[in-house]
Design a protein around this ligand. Sequence first.
Ligand code: SAH
Length: 274
Amino acid sequence: MTSGAQTNDDTAEGTTEDKVVDFYDNFTEVFREIWGDNLHVGYWHDADDQAPVEKATDQLTDQLIERLAPQPGRRILDVGCGIGQPAFRLAGAADVEVVGVSISKYQVGRANERAAELSLAGRVSFEYADAAELPFPDASFDGAWAFESLIHMPDKEKVLREIKRVLRPGSVLVLADMFSQPDTELTFQDIISSPEMGDYRAVIEKAGFTVREFTDITANTLAPQAVRETIIAGLLARKDDVIAMTGPEEFARMVDGIRVPNSYGYLLATATTD
Ligand code: SAH
């Protein structure tokens, strides 16, 4: 390798991490206006569930909380915390301490402000960190989740090993993420990439976790027709802001993807450390 050689996820304009930082520092607020405080997909229980996005995204958080089954007093790591909404919901469901990390300093600042506003700052805090190099000692957490964040991390095995390092033996990791389908590779502007479902499971196991549950919830992440119309209306109302983030072609693809959804998959996994 020459001195100018780059790793897989690097391009001339910077690393994947640089681009993810840029994306979230600049577009978290646009995202929020369209989607709400949860920066993840919605979960609809069944065909009768017509929940709006704001409620459906909380419903997905509840699926993760159920799987984490946190006991009072536990210390939970939130890997890729956004602006803290899932962490606040977790802290509301159980008397736990939550430490969230994000690679976006903007998000960390907003999340800590919100924790103070909610009088949760004593139990819920956020720090700037790259998930691949967590600033925590070995075995310093009792549980963790990576909630739609590994999608931004090309070397998922490395990050999962790092998460495992900071977990005590017998801890639970809950993972929620999108995955590629055989006919649709999930990849976007170097900041999103994810393998197919079977390969994803293999990565979790390779990192040293025991997979206890691995569920394809793609069908539940499919918004009902009426909700989809609302999402499209929201996107069109902020078209210029969104195009600044995605470019015009991706914007068109995005709107089409909401009209005729489900080109990618979504998984929930529960894994434990020995
Ligand atoms: N879990 C949150 C946010 C999901 S968006 C929610 O559900 O609302 C993805 C998150 O992953 C963002 O907060 C982003 O900053 C974070 N992220 C992406 N790459 C990261 C990395 N290498 N290290 C730490 N956080 C990262």
